[in-house]
Design a binder for this molecule. Structure first.
Ligand code: BGC
Length: 735
């Protein structure tokens, strides 16, 4: 169906004589020496209405590899198209299509090639939720820079990443794609990844344009179901969902993607307040907004537009500049301009925004991608090193009774059991771009390599990821009974998280739980290794395990980083960026909730009130002792500054990385505030026996202040509490 539409459009343009117009030569917009804004105005002045409209459309080039977005491949790409989703890793393909745009279109405007490079292009690094658990934004900056280099050298100019949707419901599959439940954490990693993707100069042949998504509130999807309604008060919108976007825009993100969700009656993709008043006017964003796939036409499903034309009108006027696979703008925008329903200057503003990003990317000067070999681009040793370090630092040790881990070198034999024990594919997670499972090592392979010559490693799956077939249990249990310790690898398949991958429960399938129950009967030490795209419900498994560790979905490094942790070569340092509920029924449960009217009551009768593992929780092979918090002053002015410090001593017998989280509480405020909110974090290596000072330079207004339902920041005089672990001090803020 779509093939026909786009071919027809191409024909319309041809018959309008676009291709027969004056040859492009020596125009100001082609002069790289002129300022970009002058070049944009010159080019805009030469464009016809149809050419302008085509700049605002994005089609797919070839097959779409996102299983949730169905469309026929577009076989006949119009030379005037603004952007294409590009699913290939072959620069030749891009160059062929780009030649058509440069040579066959009247003005030779290069096409912008976009792609979902979510956690790596070919070198896949851990999913974003895991990255957040590393608390190492610099490492994330480096990893996103690797993704940018591999992408740009393969013909991709623009990634639809980072996803910075604060998410508090593990049933929602897309929690894997964001940085967890905390607004500040999402903001920090938004900035880190924008810097990694874009570098200092978008025109560099190894940088790509970033896209903050999904603007905004998509993480509030009711019941964790995807694409559904979101009920978000203005207060919650501002104090929970907006910060990562505001910071990402400040960091220079070239583009944003409007989300699918309906925010309290006004879908994001038709939300003039959010797109125009806030993003473009208040935050002065001068790049463009692309709709999510089909989010414009879906305004009809959401009940705010009667047809595609009205959806076009609403979305465009609200401030969505580019139509991703809706067939709305290409069909209706020109008519709406002619009818006066869309103002010509708004159309010009939209086109300017798209052109601005293209000029900044240097596409007019270098529309083609230099051809290089895969070896020159992919899986470079330094890229793999970054991915591996990030995977190591993302691993969170959740339980370690009697120092079960690291494994004693004296063990003669270990059994690696479970459906995840020898799986490659499922370690990559969803959105693996051009990732190749064959590049990854399984946990079994990783352990064999790591323990070679010391401990014998045997393996059996025991069962599949789900279903009822327990016929493999006996072999696995026998094998485990003959070993000195069991590493049980359980978890989720890649496609169980990501888009359109909601689950009614965050527990593992019963089959996997039963495998662990059966293994427990051997009486051998049980080490549970988890791989998943969301926090899991572990209350039935936790009491049975001697150690529990999650590696999330580590990407190309696969099982090697967890093997290094199990062997003790790497001391785990990850801490949770999302709460592990005790049971699914506790959802939503997150650390920065507001206080109940009766904190001592209102609990569920049948389960504990606390989650199983809190936000910020994670063990190490060493121990850290925190000194008292010190402040440069106990009384500060609301526009003042302050230095806070804490000394952390490594009291154990291994070097270790420690992350200090600084929380703030404002017990009495005119608008109730989270019980505690993360304001700053820092990670440092603290060697055995050493003490290091962690400090937080406070900007009182910014760090102690709050935001109201209009997005206005304010600070009130009074007493505040700063918290680090179980240490607390009071700071008085004066007017
Ligand atoms: C997803 C986006 C993605 C887009 C393009 C949509 O379905 O929600 O996150 O960037 O598809 O693949």
């Amino acid at each position: 169906m779509k093939t026909t539409i786009t071919s027809l459009l191409a024909l319309v343009f041809l018959t309008k004589g676009l291709l027969a117009q004056p040859k492009k030569q020596g125009f100001l917009y082609q002069d790289a020496g002129k300022p970009i804004e002058e070049r944009i105005s010159d080019l805009l002045g030469r464009m016809t209405l149809e050419e302008k409209v085509m700049q605002l459309n994005q089609y797919t080039l070839g097959r779409n590899d996102n299983a949730n977005n169905m469309a026929d491949p577009v076989n006949d790409i119009p030379a005037e198209i603004g952007s294409l989703i590009y699913f290939s890793s072959n620069p030749d393909l891009r160059n062929r299509v780009q030649h058509k745009a440069m040579e066959k279109s009247r003005l030779g405007i290069p096409i912008l090639f976009g792609y979902d490079v979510i956690h790596g292009f070919r070198t896949i690094y851990p999913i974003s939720l895991a990255q957040a658990c590393s608390w190492n934004p610099e490492l994330v900056r480096q990893a996103t820079a690797v993704a940018a280099q591999e992408s740009r050298m393969s013909g991709v100019d623009w990634t639809f990443s980072p996803m910075i949707d604060v998410a508090r419901d593990g049933r929602w599959g897309r929690v894997a794609e964001g940085y967890g439940e905390d607004p500040y954490t999402n903001a920090v990693f938004a900035v880190a990844s924008v810097k990694g993707y874009q570098g200092d100069n978008l025109a560099s042949p190894t940088n790509v344009a970033a896209c903050l998504k999904h603007y905004v509130g998509y993480g509030a999807s009711e019941g964790g179901r995807d694409y559904v309604y979101t009920e978000i008060s203005n207060q919650t919108l501002w104090d929970t969902y907006m910060l990562p976007y505001e910071e990402g825009v400040k960091a220079g993100a070239a583009t944003l993607m409007s989300s699918f969700n309906d925010i309290s009656g006004t879908p994001s993709s038709a939300n003039e307040y959010l797109l125009r008043d806030i993003l473009k006017k208040r935050w002065q964003h001068d790049g463009f907004v692309v709709s999510d796939w089909g989010a414009i036409v879906q305004l009809t499903a959401q009940g705010v537009a009667k047809d595609r034309k009205e959806a076009t009108l609403k979305s465009f006027n609200a401030g969505v500049e580019m139509d991703m696979m809706n067939q709305c703008y290409d069909r209706h925008l020109a008519d709406l301009v002619k009818e006066g329903k869309v103002k010509a200057d708004l159309l010009d503003d939209a086109v300017k925004r798209v052109l601005r990003v293209k000029f900044r990317l240097g596409l007019f000067e270098r529309p083609f991608t230099p051809v290089s070999t895969e070896k020159e681009r992919f899986l470079l040793p330094k890229s793999l090193k970054i991915a591996t370090r990030l995977a190591e630092e993302s691993i969170v040790l959740l339980k370690n009774e009697r120092k079960t881990l690291p494994l004693s070198a004296a063990l003669k034999k270990i059994a690696v059991i479970g459906p995840m024990s020898n799986s490659k594919w499922n370690l990559l997670g969803s959105w693996r771009a051009q990732g190749n499972a064959d590049d990854a090592t399984t946990v079994y392979e990783g352990l064999k390599r790591e323990l070679e010559g010391k401990t014998q490693v045997v393996q059996a799956p025991g069962c599949d990821f789900d279903g009822n077939d327990q016929s493999g249990f006996a072999e696995a249990v026998n094998m485990a009974a003959g070993a000195d310790a069991i590493v049980v690898c359980l978890g989720e398949k890649s496609q169980w998280s990501g888009e359109n991958a909601s689950r009614s429960t965050i527990a593992l399938p019963q089959l996997q739980e039963e495998l662990l129950f059966a293994l427990k009967k051997t009486g051998k030490p049980l080490i549970l290794v988890l791989s998943s795209g969301r926090p899991l419900e572990l209350n039935r498994l936790e009491p049975l395990c001697d150690a529990i560790v999650t590696m999330w979905q580590p990407g190309t490094p696969g099982g090697s980083p967890i093997a290094a942790v199990i062997s003790g070569k790497v001391n785990p340092s990850g801490k949770l960026a999302m709460t592990f509920p005790y049971a699914t029924g506790q959802i939503p449960i997150y650390y920065n909730h507001r206080q109940s009217a009766r904190p001592h009551q209102g609990k569920y009768q049948d389960i504990q009130a606390k989650p199983l593992y809190d936000f910020g929780y994670g063990l190490s092979y060493t121990t850290f002792e925190y000194g008292d918090l010190k402040a440069s002053a106990r009384k500060v002015k609301s526009d003042g500054t302050l230095t806070l410090e804490v000394a952390v001593k490594n009291t154990g017998d291994a070097d270790g990385l420690e992350t200090v989280h600084w929380y703030l509480s404002d017990p009495v405020s005119s608008i109730s505030r989270p019980l505690k909110a993360l304001k700053y974090f820092q990670k440092q290596l603290v060697k055995k026996g050493e003490t290091r000072i962690f400090s937080f330079q406070v900007n009182v207004k910014k760090d102690f202040g709050f935001v109201d339902g209009k997005g206005e920041k304010f600070i009130e005089a009074g007493d505040y509490e700063v918290m680090v672990k179980d240490k607390k001090i009071k700071i008085e803020v004066t007017p």
